[in-house]
Ligand binder design. Sequence first.
Ligand SMILES: [Zn+2]
Ligand SMILES: [Zn+2]
Length: 300
Amino acid sequence: MLGVTILGNNSAIPAYGRHPTAQVLITNTESFLIDCGEGTQMQMALYKIKKSKINCVFISHLHGDHYFGLIGFLTSQSLSGRKDELTIFGPPALQQIIQLQLNVADTILSYPLHFVPLTTETEIYKTTKISVHCFKVEHRIDCWGFFFKEIKNPRKIDAARCKSFEVPQAYFTKLQMGQDYVTQKGTIIKNKELTIAATPPKSYAYCADTIFLPSIATKIMGATLLYHEATYLTGLEELAAQRYHSTTTQAAQIALQAKAHKLLIGHFSSKYPSLTEFAIEAKTVFNNTELAVEGVTFII
Ligand SMILES: [Zn+2]
Ligand SMILES: [Zn+2]
């Protein structure tokens, strides 16, 4: 299972009941916090996010609407007696910011906190279930996107079929890797006859604050779900470019070029009381678009 819960979908200033950016990506085994704007903890409480299950935090950039809630989250975890380690991936300066905040308060965390500075586009995290790559987007300051990809599962053994062909158990690993089975008499039994395809791996691409940058599409090709910022409505391309942000139709074009299955748009400008037009506009370019509505979990 891979799902993302939206905790904050607004840009810059909290407005019209919308909060600054934060999301939680939930897998079967772990949870990732992606950006952590002001108010994230309150949103976590409201939407019943299990904070202790979060083992990694990914911060895209150091504009306040993406990390001003982080020190609160870190220290609350300590006050709750957390013991499990937590790893933060973010721009290098974030480490000093956190350390200063902890030092001046004479705070010693109850759990090990690791920091991984983002300096180059590479794989930054990997387990047997999931991998995470970071990639550069283009914003007024250094800003990173993240591509979360499930690891391809091996094929499943069809026990009944294997029994009927008398395949020895010692051969099962090879079958899972896709090999055919050759009987003692030399007959080839096709792998498809003996195994069942595993569910295709899913992926989630997170593109935080960025100017419209078509080259992003190549870095997140085939994403099952793409989150892309859409700060402004169409018609404000000039303003969007000046501020290193994107519009609805620009976000939709990235989804189209990346051959994404579905698009989520968010990071809405505080100037808009209603979001209705955002969805309408994006759908004109990429029909399978949804608004990143706070409190909604999108199953990927
Ligand atoms: Zn922002
Ligand atoms: Zn920003």
